[in-house]
Design a protein around this ligand. Structure first.
Ligand SMILES: Cc1cc2nc3c(=O)[nH]c(=O)nc-3n(C[C@H](O)[C@H](O)[C@H](O)COP(=O)(O)OP(=O)(O)OC[C@H]3O[C@@H](n4cnc5c(N)ncnc54)[C@H](O)[C@@H]3O)c2cc1C
Ligand code: SF4
Length: 564
């Protein structure tokens, strides 16, 4: 595939090639725009680069995590919570961990593919409980785009007609595995809604991509492109139009502005030579991931925009959120001593539990869903979480091998994923004293969970315990108490960070309008998680994709009308 370098200026310059940037590139090139995409990482296509089919025993590390692959040696990601030469800082007393991807396709190469639409209530939470803010758009505004990405990208699931978990255009879901059937029985007993999961993995051929063959290695990137990644599903067809130029290993430094106060392009560092370069374009779309886009805006100050670009409201970097999260495993004796059987499936859960309760009857305002894990995964380093955690406590020689056989597949786990409400004490800003290896000022994070979130994770643990006991099991580790804030994961750790350039109806309190166009600079758009007004308990990427498609179409219409 040629990576043709067109003559600058381009119609549109996009920064970042993940979910948001990939969809913007796809939509705009399909509409005929000449697009240049600046990406901080190298080219990466799962068909060529994925290690999907390697056995753990083929590596001396047996798949253990490395500094560059925090989720295991074979994981399809480049980047992490720490990147050499690219620090971020935390205000005293704050803990926020920031995952950054540095590769073509960003996090879409190794994400969990849980692909949930926000529901009608999620766009208007303030109207329901008075907290946070409503979006300036409703579910009905986004629904046509959700429908189109369902058809374009493909996902499996089931239509359940639940009020806030919208139906979609689903392919058939895979059947539950043995341990998932046990979970389903327990959930039914406890009246916890438990339904087929919704993952952007195709179980039927779609748009030239073959169906999943159930190798269970989605996190490594799929060599057959049966799951969604931006390079395979969006950037390949965008390149095929001949209208897309990708500049890899290019770290955007700032958005440049002309004397009319409009965006004129993006300056960037060629990471291979260290040279400072510039690309000119009529329109700029930031999709570097929510907080990286906020950083770019804050670093793009000028005489026109002394407090940072598009920041006349002072809200760039504010109203940031992450999903709440905590986990628990349960040892289930009836799953031990199992008959060897095949539990192949997709690289993720086949069932999940959407939020099933009414917050008006609880002591916290927003819900969570439960993700399910366990079963007979392919053994590798750290297999089964360490035999010492099982009732026998471990052993030696033949005895040890027998214990592994006995207990293989006998642990079931739950991960709660819930909605955080934006608060004034959680935000990011430019650290005046620290720069990265290219001299670009870095972000400093302030973070605080409120009682809303802490009470919510307490409820998660109570539910996990009830489910595990209902299955006849025991907890694998001690349930965290109030001294540990009930085990809530530190901010950023669930890697669903959003906000920092929120959408609104008023230029005084928001960064972008309902089309993700900045109020202050009409040819500057944000197409990642930055414009999110609220988090929802849903994983955010399906909504990032839908909004990016919507924004891309708005840009192309405006360009054709001469408004941009
Ligand atoms: C392990 C894991 C599992 C996840 N599971 C799920 C899930 O199941 N469901 C879900 O909805 N979400 C999930 N997520 C979150 C999901 O991956 C993100 O919401 C989504 O990918 C964000 O898309 P994005 O385009 O905003 O950012 P990214 O995917 O992070 O892409 C941003 C791109 O911009 C580039 N970039 C950054 N800064 C610059 C710069 N200055 N100049 C040039 N380029 C730059 C980066 O290199 C990157 O390629 C998961 C994330 C991880 C890490
Ligand atoms: S489980 Fe399916 S989608 Fe995932 S990597 Fe294997 S074949 Fe691809």
């Amino acid at each position: 595939m040629p990576f043709l370098l067109r003559q600058s200026p381009y119609d549109v310059c996009i920064v970042g090639s993940g979910a948001g940037g990939g969809m913007a590139a796809y939509t705009l090139t399909q509409a005929g725009a000449n697009v240049v995409l600046i990406e901080a990482g190298p080219l990466w296509f799962s068909t060529e680069n994925s290690r999907m089919l390697e056995w753990a025993y083929q590596s001396p590390r047996r798949g253990a995590a490395t500094k560059d692959h925090e989720f295991g040696e074979f994981d399809g990601s480049l980047g992490g919570f720490e990147i050499e030469g690219e620090p971020y800082t935390r205000a005293p007393g704050s803990r926020f961990d920031w995952w950054r991807s540095r590769m073509l396709g960003g996090r879409t190469n190794h994400w969990g593919r849980i692909s949930l639409r926000f529901g009608p209530y999620d766009f208007r939470r303030k109207s329901i409980d008075g907290l946070g803010d409503d979006w300036p758009i409703t579910y009905d505004d986004v629904k046509p785009y959700y429908d189109r990405i369902d058809r374009l990208i493909g996902l499996f699931g089931s239509n359940e007609n639940l009020p806030n978990e919208p139906n979609g255009i689903f392919q058939p879901p895979p059947k539950p595995r043995c341990y998932e059937l046990v979970v389903k029985q327990a959930a039914d007993k406890l009246n916890v809604t438990c339904i087929p999961s919704r993952l952007s993995i195709i179980t039927r051929p779609l748009n030239g991509r073959p169906a999943c063959h159930y190798c269970g290695q989605c996190g490594r990137g799929c060599r057959t492109n049966s799951n969604f990644s931006s390079p395979a599903v969006l950037l390949r067809p965008a390149l095929a139009t001949g209208k897309l130029t990708i500049i890899p290993n290019a770290m955007a430094r700032e958005v440049t502005i002309n004397d009319r106060g409009l965006a004129s392009g993006v300056s960037y560092i060629d990471k291979s030579t260290g040279q400072d370069l510039h690309v000119a374009a009529r329109v700029v779309v930031l999709a570097a991931s929510a907080l990286e886009s906020a950083r770019l805006l804050l670093n793009s100050s000028s005489t026109h925009f002394p407090q940072g670009l598009a920041n006349s409201s002072g809200t760039v970097g504010k109203y940031i959120t992450d999903t709440t999260g905590t986990d628990m495993g349960g040892f289930i004796p009836r799953l031990a001593d199992g008959v060897p059987h095949n539990e192949d499936g997709v690289g993720g859960m086949h069932l999940y539990m959407p939020w099933w309760l009414d917050n008006k009857k609880l002591d916290f305002p927003r819900g969570y869903h439960i993700e399910v894990w366990g079963g007979r995964e392919m053994p590798s380093y750290g297999f089964m979480g360490g035999i010492q955690g099982y009732p026998s406590g471990g052993g030696y020689g033949a005895d040890l091998k027998n214990l592994y056989r006995r207990y293989y597949g006998s642990v079931v786990g739950f991960s709660g994923r819930g909605e955080m409400i934006p608060n004034d004490q959680s935000y990011c800003e430019i650290d005046p004293d620290t720069v990265d290896r290219w001299g670009i000022p870095v972000l400093r994070f302030h973070w605080k969970w409120s009682d809303h979130e802490i009470k919510q994770v307490k409820h998660m643990h109570d539910t996990f315990e009830a489910l595990i006991h209902e299955m006849g099991g025991t907890l694998m580790w001690k349930k965290p108490g109030p001294e540990q804030d009930y085990g809530i994961a530190p901010g950023g750790r669930i890697i669903h960070e959003l906000g920092g350039a929120r959408m609104g109806t008023d230029a005084k309190s928001s960064v972008v309008n309902s089309q993700c166009q900045t109020w202050d600079v009409k040819n500057l758009f944000i197409a990642d998680g930055g414009p999110f007004v609220s988090q929802a308990d849903k994983n955010p990427t399906w909504t990032i994709l839908a909004l990016s498609m919507r924004t891309g179409e708005y840009i192309s219409t405006q360009m054709k009308q001469g408004a941009l």
